[in-house]
Design a protein around this ligand. Structure first.
Ligand SMILES: NC(=O)c1ccc[n+]([C@@H]2O[C@H](COP(=O)([O-])OP(=O)(O)OC[C@H]3O[C@@H](n4cnc5c(N)ncnc54)[C@H](OP(=O)(O)O)[C@@H]3O)[C@@H](O)[C@H]2O)c1
Length: 335
């Protein structure tokens, strides 16, 4: 398969310069995308909270300008650039500097360093891989971390905060699929049915956990938790964990601070497990994706993923920044 070196294609570009911050779709060529790496035809990308940060000046995530945004992709190799990959291989890439410090996935073509590429595992289509995307990968790392800590079905209710979002909805589905009693915390009352369809047994209002509470400890409830909200929500989760339980923390949609005391750690032996999907070592990445294609594969991927083209990104990025997304937007840059 060879491509016309003069091919032109649309890309979603964020620019932050003397004239101000701008984002939108414009036409680019192969010389405008990252200059090095395996050339991939992007079949699907997705919309993550981080993409909304990377396309606004206040987000402070974009490190080059202009930047073709898009932090994750699944697609087909069109030029292996001397790597172990072969033309036609189906692959996944996300994290590292993709869509933040080097041009990313919101374009028909993207170049990615070979050592940052995961072969698409059997059992997943490229679309399914991006419905999962960075959010689902982060949820998988969270579930794996909790189970490595000792969490098992039957231990008690497992809490998921920000439950209708990308990380949250994936975590609800994965935990329920593994037999855990899932409690979903959400600010979207109207999405209770969506959360129950994913497998949540109980749904609680976000305010139960997000209100500041000066007590150092609260009644022990949860055998484990997946938190992508941070702030006072994470502090309250720590206070409600059962003795010796853990929370896997990945996000900050509710704030980057952590107004907590050491009491849950020193009186209840609880653990705060940090989750990072950006620099995850490649062997861990490959193993997690293999599990995402098998025992951790979320059910309901079709209902979780909403398809958009590059022209739908402006609205999707604005909505996700405001906390308004339910499930995951998948982007087809070729449309
Ligand atoms: N550590 C990592 O490697 C990693 C990887 C991926 C994502 N993240 C982080 O994880 C977080 C979630 O990412 P995402 O892509 O899943 O975003 P998302 O789809 O927007 O989901 C976030 C959810 O958080 C809830 N939320 C929003 N604003 C809130 C507020 N002010 N207070 C409490 N809850 C709020 C909402 O769920 P409800 O309406 O249901 O409450 C929202 O849907 C982000 O902070 C992102 O940067 C980190």
């Amino acid at each position: 398969m060879s491509i016309d070196p003069n091919v032109r294609f649309p890309a979603f570009v964020f620019t932050n310069d003397d004239t101000g911050a701008h984002r939108g779709v414009q036409e680019v060529g192969l010389s405008d995308i990252a200059p090095d790496g395996v050339l991939i035809e992007v079949e699907w990308s997705s919309v993550n909270y981080k993409d909304s940060l990377a396309t606004t000046a206040s987000g402070k995530v974009a490190r080059i300008s202009p930047l073709i945004a898009g932090i994750d992709l699944a697609g087909r190799v069109v030029d292996a650039a001397g790597s172990k990959f072969e033309v036609g291989d189906l692959v996944i890439a996300h994290g590292y500097e993709i869509g933040t410090g080097r041009h990313g996935a919101y374009a028909r073509y993207c170049r990615v360093p070979a050592d940052q590429i995961v072969p698409l595992p059997a059992g997943l289509t490229t679309r399914e891989a991006m419905v999962i995307g960075t959010g689902g990968f982060t949820a998988a790392l969270s579930v794996i971390a909790l189970e490595d800590w000792g969490l098992a079905p039957g231990h008690g209710p497992v809490l998921v905060t920000g439950a209708t979002g990308g990380v949250g909805s994936m975590a609800v589905s994965m935990l329920a699929g593994r037999g855990h009693h899932v409690v979903a915390s959400s600010g979207k009352k109207e999405q209770e049915e969506f959360l129950r369809d994913l497998g949540a047994r109980d749904v609680i209002d976000r305010s139960v956990l997000s209100d500041e509470d000066r007590r150092p400890l609260q009644t022990m409830e949860y055998a484990g938790a997946v938190d992508c909200v941070g702030g006072s929500t994470l502090a309250n989760v720590l206070k409600r964990l059962q003795y010796g339980a853990a929370v896997a923390a990945s996000g900050l949609t509710g704030g980057a601070d952590l107004p907590a005391t050491v009491m849950p750690f020193i009186l209840r032996g609880v653990a705060l497990l940090g989750i990072d999907s950006v620099q995850t070592p490649m062997e861990v990445r490959i193993r997690a994706w293999e599990r995402l294609a098998t025992d951790l594969k979320p059910h309901g991927l079709d209902s979780i993923g909403h398809e958009i083209a590059l022209s739908g990104l402006e609205s999707a990025l604005t909505t996700i920044r405001a906390g308004g997304v339910t499930g995951r937007y998948v982007v087809r840059p070729g449309d």
